[in-house]
Design a protein. Sequence first.
Length: 324
Amino acid sequence: LFRSNMAASWVALGSFSLSSLCRSAGSRGAAAYSTVLTVQSPGQDRATTGRGNRSTPNGRFRREAFTPRTEKMAVDQDWASVYPTAAVFKPSAVPLPVRMGYPVKRGVPPDKFGNLELIKIPNFLHLTPVAIKKHCAALKDFCTEWPAALDTDAKCEQHFPIETESVDYISAGTSLRNPKARVVTLRVKLSSLNLDDHAKKKLIKLVGERYCKGTDTLTITTDRCPVRKQNLDYAMYLLTVLYHESWKTETWESEKTEADMEEYVWENSASEKSTLETLCRIKAAEKSPVCSREELMNSDVVKEYRNSIVTLRNQGETEETISQ
């Protein structure tokens, strides 16, 4: 009966509050211990406040707006301490009225506070002239002086004939990596390479349009590999292969005729033979003393004729070449 009464009491107090549960113990006195359980209704509001916060009727907290950092900055502050490294745009740290974005209703672009367009793009706020000077001063102790012997561009090209070129791109996007940054361009003058006449002509034949005759420069552009370092190694590999391949002499190269030559050569040509035969007949008709082949080839008339024929065959028919 006692257990049934207690169960009925617990059921009756389930939706309300249990005021107290007391138990008395002790021989010389009585001590009461109570545990109070309070059930709060769902609609009751809580009023709790903290430092720097304000309570709202719906029970949420709202932080008070602090003074922006830009209003506390000094005019002569150390900007390198504000932006020491590359970081996203911070509107509270940049004391400039920067605006960016699409103007709404023919107004002005949105300001810098809460502007996602300024956060998405990279910036150069960490590379100011003062910061660059500090970086250079810190790296100066680890650098060596420029060699005194390389005081002209001609000497630099003589000792360092290979020139490589690559481009870094900065764009607004999901990634800072641009696929075009992997392209590497290598330039070298053929006069700086150890090539004889046969090797130079064969290399020019192999590279095709990559060789500029006016500047005597070979240009190799590589973009097949995904990384710039790989394209640079591939360009150096191509240059090495072309150099060694040009020095090889195949068996079929000895069968080349005058029509297969890259450029017209006067020596041992049909024009040279006919010129010598004509001069020998003229000497015999005039009954003049017989001259050797070297004397005829070294005469001014033959040299002028040789230069005119070589220029006409290699450069084509122009007013200047025909007048010669």
